[in-house]
Structure formats: C-alpha cells, structure tokens
Design a protein around this ligand. Structure first.
Ligand code: KG4
Ligand code: ZN
Length: 342
C-alpha cells in the first residue's frame, strides 16, 4: 500500500549489454526489475560489441520500461522521480538510457536523477539487507572495475584500493576466452572450476609495492596465457578445469587478502561485496569466511543483483533523491565517470 511519504523511482540501466528497468520503493523494496539480456547476441563475437549493444537497447528499452511500470503497479504520475545510469559505460549504450530517461522526465514532469553505475552496484546491497547502513567497506568487482571502497555515508565514497590494470571480471573473461569457454567468462569459469583441482597449477598473485590495497590482474592473466601456450607448443595435455580452478583460486586469494587488509586498515565492522564477479560462488564463500574470522559482518546481494540490473540503480537513486540531487535535461552520458566526481 502506498504511504504518503513513499518515494518510488523508475530506474533505467543501459550501460553495457543488459537493458534494464525497475521500480523501487524507498530505496529498498523492488516492485519490479525487468532485464533484457543481450548476452546471446554478443556471444558469437566473444565479447560486447558496442554498436550492437546500442542498437539493441534502442529496440528493447520501451518494452522493458513498460513491463517494469506494469509489474511495479504504480502509475507514472505517482512516481517521485526517474533515474538512469549516466556513466561509466559504453557511450552509445548509456546514451539510449539517458535520452529515454530525459524524455520520460520531461513528458511526465518527474525529476531526473543520474546515477553512477558503481554506486548502483554498491547499493544493490541495500535491497536484501534492509538494516545495512553506512559506514561499511565494499569490494566492487565487475567487468570494468575492481575497487575497495569505504562507504562513508549514502553517496559518499572513498576509494582506498583500485586495480592498476585489468579488472577482475576482465581477467575472468580473457582467461575464459583463451580456454575457449566463451563470453561471459566469469560464470563459465565459476562452473568449470568446480570440476578442477585448484592446487594443480601455481599462478602468481600480484602485490604492489607501497600500495597494499591496489590490485593487478594482468600478470596473472599473462601467466595463464603463457601456461596454455607453452603446453600447446609442447603438445602436452591441458586440463581446462584445473587451469580454471587454479586461476580462480589466485584471483579469490588476492581479493580476500585485500579485504582483510582493508578491514585492518579501516577498522570497519561491515563488509559488502558487489559487481558481476561478486556472483562467483567460491568468492562469496571465501570472503564470508574471512569476514567471520575477522569478526566482521558480511553482506552480499543475491547473484541476480550482482550483475547489471536497474533495481540497484533505483536503490542508489533513492539516497541521491533524499540528498536533493536533481539532474536537469542537460544530463549527458559520461563514459569515464569517476566515483569521486559524483
Ligand atoms: O557488473 P557486471 O554485470 O557488469 C559490469 O559493470 O562490468 O559484471 C560483469 C562481469 C563479467 O566480467 C563477468 O564475467 C563477471 O562479471 N561475472 C562473473 C560471474 N558472473 C559474472 N565472474 C566470476 N564468477 C561469476 N559467477
Ligand atoms: Zn556493472
């Protein structure tokens, strides 16, 4: 039932290869969350093709929004705002969502709120953990980002660790491609790893001198590619499941060690994970175990809220709305938008 002070927001997400729309009430209650995934279209190219992504967003966006509004059960006129991811992401893909949100904002007379995609990922944790409030530490591991962030307050972030090269998800995707597992690599490596021996091969774990919270995954990726090349050249048998499991173990150990270090350095009592790679079953278990050992509460969104979706954008938008954030119709897509700039 709608209460007078309820804030319901229509949220739109088109930053990469998922066309998403959701209606979220008071930042925590997902009334609808519709996702049209383009993964099957991009699969045959081994990764996201930006042109195809933009075109498919244009084709699907109205349908997805209509379905979200329908299922959400709140008429457009009773919504409090329309929110949209305006960066970071693929510029053409972002533009589809931003243009659509501006049109709805203008047409329905609703305030427009631009949301940072990573703030969305972090906010996915608010959906199922209704008591979770800042401050907390958040490990964000997606296809484009690997950040350790101190969430000081709603909308207030301090990045205390970041990747120097590849993002964790990027490493999963590249290693999966080398193993012939197809796109997106993360879920395929996650699955295949369960059949492999994670101790079969010893892959490196990069540490960055003087920056204990920063990450680097390109050396690990190269080590895996090198292992595959050497074995292929010598005609030696490659056990793909062992390579996948050993690679995944290395990534997870690095991420977990950084989380522990971050907890020690900040003294935070709550740790959340977010982003597509946070859907990884072994990572979730490892970080939860580390948190338990450190006496820290662990939070994670369900896997469906880890990968790109619009509900997380609606959750983030609620707190921006409460802070008074309003983007006018001059809002533009910012493909390299920094979390520090919001
Ligand atoms: O957050 P996301 O959906 O999109 C970005 O904002 O980038 O993350 C996508 C990334 C991809 O690299 C994908 O391979 C990875 O998340 N991913 C996974 C799993 N599910 C998705 N990585 C490891 N294990 C998974 N189960
Ligand atoms: Zn994402």
């Amino acid at each position: 039932m709608k209460k007078e002070k309820d804030i319901s927001i229509l949220a739109i997400e088109t930053s990469c290869d998922e066309t998403g729309a959701a209606v979220v009430r008071n930042g925590r209650e997902v009334l609808s969350n519709i996702i049209y995934s383009q993964i099957d279209l991009h699969k045959e190219y081994g990764g996201v093709v930006p042109e195809i992504a933009s075109r498919k967003h244009i084709e699907k966006i109205n349908q997805v929004i209509e379905a979200a509004l329908d299922k959400g059960g709140i008429p457009l006129t009773e919504l409090s705002a329309v929110a949209v991811t305006y960066g970071p992401g693929l510029v053409g893909a972002l533009l589809v969502g931003v243009a659509e949100a501006k049109a709805i904002s203008y047409g329905a007379g609703l305030p427009l709120i631009g949301v940072h995609h990573i703030e969305g990922h972090i906010s996915a944790n608010y959906i199922e953990h209704v008591t979770l409030e800042p401050p907390f530490l958040c490990l964000i591991v997606s296809g484009g980002h690997t950040h350790l962030v101190e969430v000081k307050n709603y909308g207030k972030y301090d990045i205390i660790g970041r990747t120097r090269d590849d993002a964790a998800g990027e490493a999963f995707d590249k290693v999966a491609r080398a193993l012939g597992l197809g796109y997106p690599g993360g879920p395929n490596i996650d699955k295949l790893s369960k059949e492999g021996d994670e101790n079969a091969i010893s892959f490196p774990k990069a540490k960055i001198a003087g920056a204990p919270l920063d990450f680097s995954f390109s050396g690990l990726k190269s080590a895996v590619l090198n292992y595959l090349n050497v074995h292929e050249r010598k005609g030696e048998k490659i056990v793909k499941a062992d390579v996948a499991a050993s690679f995944q173990k290395s990534v997870i150990e690095v991420l977990t060690e950084h989380v522990i270090e971050g907890i020690k350095m900040t003294g935070m009592k709550k740790l959340a994970i977010a982003g597509g790679v946070a859907a990884n079953s072994s990572l979730r278990k490892a970080v939860e175990k580390a948190c338990m050992e450190c006496g820290v509460s662990f939070y994670s969104p369900s896997p469906a809220f880890c990968t790109d979706n619009a509900a997380m954008i609606g959750a983030a938008a609620y707190y921006q709305f409460q802070k008074g954030t309003r983007h006018g119709l001059s809002l533009n897509a910012v493909p390299n938008l920094k979390l520090e700039d919001i």
